[in-house]
Write a protein of this length. Structure first.
Length: 362
């Protein structure tokens, strides 16, 4: 695994409003895309400002590229020159797009010739050629942000700090541009610290994910681990897990935990447990398999097959979400085609299956 290029320990920042940012431990590996997700006002942008030394911390440590950057003796300008930042609102000057792209090189007194190949690469990948002579005032919001991102990438920063740079771009443009931009990041191996409130975006682009809420870092780890194995109910809800069931561990055998969640209702999960311990069972909606009749269940090897009744059917983009009463409330995603094939409607009785390996308990 690559080295950690950023490590934050016991970082605190108090504000007069009473808000406290308190990060015990956060880290980023070289060449990875780290995404910090959280609701508005959770402290995401504050952390970006602290890393970039635009705010001073009350206490704690930030080690970046092998240096403790909160040390008052450190040359802050030299540290910032190893970083590049793009904020939510485009920050461009009243000159041509081409001059805006070169602005960072000029401010840092970097020879253009050394970066020409990189500039040509970014102009081609981001389709900026026809925009170069234009004024930023004539560009759309998406085009302006493209220029800001290209200017930042041109500097080949040790770390790229992105504060929701795609938040104000329309959905269609955002989805198209996001794919191209993050392909560039991976191709160039740019270490990226990206903050967003969009969990779907985090699921698509990230190597590592952190979840922050009310100024407290709740969890950090590889993307799959955070989305599938949340450490608490707060994280579970934020990463899109709607089925959360309280229960008591009844038995543990051969790496399978039996959790009793109601009268004669048990859920089996792969993992560890202690008999009699109170736990929460979490099930992602996309891990639920809907079966139309009992005959089909005989071919399944899963330990978890629940009989239930559909209480609600909701549109959730490309899928429908079923709210199923199985003695507990179970959320499941299903396609329109499957709903039509199975003839599902409100009050339809169905069976729902979930593999024990897909269920997480905490």
């Amino acid at each position: 695994m690559a080295d950690k290029i950023l490590e934050i320990r016991n970082l605190k920042k108090h504000f007069s409003t009473g808000f406290l940012l308190n990060v015990d431990y956060l880290y980023t590996y070289e060449n990875d895309i780290f995404t910090l997700i959280g609701s508005n006002g959770s402290g995401k942008s504050t952390l970006i400002y602290l890393i970039n030394l635009l705010l001073s911390a009350d206490s704690g440590s930030i080690v970046f590229d092998g240096e403790e950057i909160l040390d008052k003796k450190i040359n802050q300008q030299k540290i910032r020159e190893k970083m590049a930042v793009v904020f939510q609102e485009p920050m461009l000057f009243n000159t041509s797009v081409y001059n805006n792209l070169l602005l960072g090189l000029k401010l840092r007194k970097i020879r253009f010739e050394e970066y020409k190949e990189n500039l040509d690469f970014l102009i081609e990948k981001l389709k900026l050629k026809n925009l170069l002579p234009r004024s930023p005032k004539t560009l759309s919001g998406g085009e302006q942000q493209k220029v800001c991102l290209a200017r930042a990438l041109l500097l080949n920063p040790k770390i790229l700090l992105l504060d929701e740079p795609l938040a104000n771009i329309d959905q269609e443009t955002r989805e198209e541009f996001r794919g191209v931009f993050f392909e560039i990041l991976k191709q160039k191996g740019t270490t990226t610290f990206y903050i967003t409130h969009d969990r779907n975006e985090a699921m698509i682009i990230s190597d590592f994910v952190g979840v922050i809420e009310n100024g407290i870092l709740q969890q950090i780890g590889p993307r799959e681990e955070v989305f599938r194995r949340p450490v608490n109910e707060r994280v579970a809800k934020f990463v899109g897990i709607e089925t959360l069931i309280s229960g008591i561990v009844g038995n543990v055998q051969n790496g399978v935990v039996k959790v009793n969640v109601g009268d004669n209702i048990s859920i089996y999960a792969v993992g560890e447990g202690i008999n009699g311990k109170k736990v929460t069972v979490s099930i992602r909606p996309e891990d639920v398999i809907i079966i139309g009749n009992s005959e089909e269940t005989t071919s399944l090897s899963t330990l978890n097959i629940f009989k239930g009744k559909i209480k609600e059917i909701k549109n959730v983009g490309l899928f429908k979400k079923l709210d199923i009463d199985c003695g507990f409330s179970l959320a499941a995603y299903i396609t329109d085609a499957s709903i039509n094939r199975l003839g599902l409607r409100i009050d339809s009785e169905i069976f729902a299956a979930v593999k024990a390996s897909a269920i997480h308990i905490f």
